[in-house]
Design a protein around this ligand. Structure first.
Ligand SMILES: [Zn+2]
Length: 259
């Protein structure tokens, strides 16, 4: 896979997450019918990863993605902005987080079960308002906090095992080939979250802003900005205006309720 393709794959991921989708990211969607059937086999279900293994898999997949994407050096303006915003977030709500910027123009961000948060320069350009940017980052952290991203990694791992066979994939995270880890990471960050998961992450984003003394309404503005991107990017996530608007009104209600 070329670097450009990799970027495109990553773009799809955050895009779908950020703008939301009415489609559930069910295990069956990730595995396909044959994969799900195979996953029912004892040999495959016996591969269920522990939490620690999912974290390990997440860390390895991010290391791979960091190699394949242009990571902003520490003295880069984008990196400095993110580092300043995240300076008090290495320990956040029981998670250990690390942050990096990918110097690509796509509007995207994602977080991985090991606490790695990756923010794309295009998203930072779209949101010069720090609170809006942090609302998106908080949302992504919410997916980690609530275990949504772990579910996607587990499913992607099972799918890979079902496709390639247990022996081929090694049976433990430590034995996975780099190419398999990369493919699993891509599948996991590309998988759509369910509507329920998105709602939970949206609410987490509001709580996150409040916890850091930022305006919770920035989450509404951030969501509206992302929705306004519809039609400009060539990804499947962008044709769900109603979903985005439902999310905006839910955010408004949630903010008012918690006031
Ligand atoms: Zn999301």
């Amino acid at each position: 896979m070329t670097r450009d393709m990799k970027r495109f794959v990553l773009t799809m991921a955050g895009a779908m997450c950020l703008a939301g989708s009415a489609h559930a990211g069910k295990l069956s969607d990730l595995l396909g019918s044959q994969g799900l059937k195979d996953a029912g086999n004892t040999a495959i279900t016996g591969l269920a990863l522990t939490d620690a293994q999912v974290v390990e898999l997440g860390a390895k997949s991010v290391a791979q993605m960091d190699q394949e994407n242009p990571v902003a050096p520490a003295d880069n303006a984008y990196a400095k902005r993110l580092a300043k915003l995240a300076q008090n977030m290495t320990r956040e709500d029981g998670l250990t987080l690390n942050f990096k910027v990918y110097l690509v123009k796509d509007v995207n961000a994602f977080a991985v079960p090991d606490g790695s948060v990756r923010v794309f320069a295009g998203l930072m350009d779209l949101m010069p308002d720090d609170a809006e940017l942090m609302s998106v980052i908080g949302h992504e952290i919410g997916h980690v906090k609530y275990g949504h991203s772990k579910e996607h990694y587990r499913a992607a791992y099972l799918s890979s095992a079902a496709r390639k066979g247990v022996a081929a994939i090694g049976g433990t995270v430590g034995k996975l080939a780099a190419s398999d880890i990369g493919a699993i990471g891509e599948a996991a960050v590309n998988a759509k979250f369910s509507r329920a998961n998105e709602t939970q992450a949206d609410e987490y984003g509001v709580d996150f802003l409040r916890r850091h003394g930022m305006d919770p309404n920035a989450s509404v503005r951030g969501m509206q900005k992302l929705a306004s991107q519809d039609g400009k990017a060539k990804t499947s996530f962008l044709d769900d205006h109603p979903a985005s608007q439902e999310r905006v009104s839910h955010l408004q209600k949630y903010i008012a309720r918690k006031r």
